[in-house]
Design a protein around this ligand. Structure first.
Ligand SMILES: [Mg+2]
Length: 369
């Protein structure tokens, strides 16, 4: 994995492209200055300011690296998601992958493709009339959301790249650290293990449906705080970093994955990697109020952790302040093929993996990834 640190490469050079209204150089300086104010730099020997960042893992650790692409129209909608929310969610997706491995966040790298008009400050800012409501350009607000979450989880931005693009897209690379050989893997589940999830399911999908219903001119401006609260599972998911660290440190989990594509699809991934089958109990699922069983099973973007533990392991009811619910059991495969089942009372039927999958023709209001 090679992460370019082109912010630094470009500073001090004449920009080759100039966005209307604000130059690339100005944008890079703003990002670098904002990153320098960030917290949690102890694992970084050198951040933005040279050709590469230098990371210094602690003795006995190995690095966990994940990358996630967010594209306008595929992973978010400019007319539905406020820019701060797009920034928050971009980082949340990467942090959630670190959580699933039980990794401690070390550094983030962000590559952005941005249409020039998204770097321009709105007229109200330029006139000064929007002093109190002034929040800057789409890019300024995107970065605000990303840094809000970065500071909460003490993960510094250590580099990235910036370019003009026909659509907005953000690629986030997260580096984490785990003690050697101790990362939580998808491949450790064995027959007889119990299946658990953190938090509640279906909130992100229910929130997305509400966003779609609200879509319109009113969604183009800053979203009122009370509406953001109601939609928080969709707008500001909280990656379960502490829960993942706790699971790993206490040796509770045999396998883990984060629920980004939907419980059914992510459980299928875990079963595939472990070479096992699973049965879920429908009446045990912790479904968010206002969400449906379908949204809890297949909705995705909940960024909760799905993990397995040996049946004799005492798994607490909450980990790092997050509820933990046992929702099913791992079984041996029949004929070597992993299968998912869902039990509803006496009825046990196959559970189809119907979460999001790119390059498939599956229906969905907004594709996820
Ligand atoms: Mg993941």
């Amino acid at each position: 994995m090679v992460a370019r640190v082109a912010y630094s490469q470009n500073v001090g050079k004449r920009p080759t492209k100039k966005a209307e209204g604000r130059g690339e150089l100005d944008l890079l300086r703003a990002i670098r200055s904002r990153a320098a104010r960030g917290a949690g730099v102890r694992d970084i020997r050198l951040g933005i300011g040279d050709d590469c960042a230098l990371l210094r893992p602690r003795a006995g650790e190995e690095l966990a690296v994940t990358t996630d692409l967010s594209i306008a129209g595929r992973h978010f909608r400019l007319e539905w998601h406020p820019p701060e929310v797009v920034g928050w969610r971009t980082l949340a997706r990467g942090l959630s992958d670190l959580a699933a491995m039980g990794a401690r966040p070390v550094a983030a790298f962000l590559s952005l493709g941005i249409p020039p008009d998204l770097t321009e400050r709105p007229d109200s800012d330029r006139r000064g009339s929007g002093r109190h409501g002034s929040k800057g350009s789409w890019l300024d607000r995107f970065l605000q959301g990303l840094f809000d979450l970065a500071e909460r989880y003490r993960v510094p931005l250590a580099g990235g790249d910036l370019a003009e693009a026909p659509v907005a897209l953000a690629d986030i690379v997260l580096i984490g650290a785990v003690p050697r050989g101790k990362a939580l893997l998808r491949s450790g589940a064995r027959p007889g293990d119990l299946v658990y999830v953190t938090g509640a399911l279906g909130g992100a999908a229910a929130g997305l449906k509400m966003l779609a219903e609200l879509a319109g001119p009113e969604c183009t401006g800053p979203m009122p705080d009370e509406r953001q609260d109601a939609l928080s599972a969709q707008l500001r998911p909280k990656p379960r970093i502490q829960a993942g660290l706790s699971l790993r440190r206490r040796g509770l989990a045999t396998a883990a994955i984060d629920i980004s594509d939907g419980l059914s699809t992510d459980l299928a991934h875990l079963c595939e990697e472990s070479g096992v089958s699973a049965t879920i109990q429908a009446d045990r699922l912790p479904i968010t109020a206002k969400a449906s069983l379908d949204q809890a099973l297949h909705g995705g973007e909940d960024y909760e952790l799905l993990f397995t533990a040996r049946p004799d392991t005492r798994v607490p009811r909450s980990i790092a302040g997050v509820a933990v619910t046992q929702i099913g059991e791992i079984r041996a495969t029949e004929h070597g093929k992993p299968a998912l089942m869902i039990a509803n009372g006496d009825i046990v039927e196959p559970l189809e993996a119907r979460g999001w999958e790119h390059f498939s023709a599956k229906p969905g209001v907004l594709p996820r990834g």
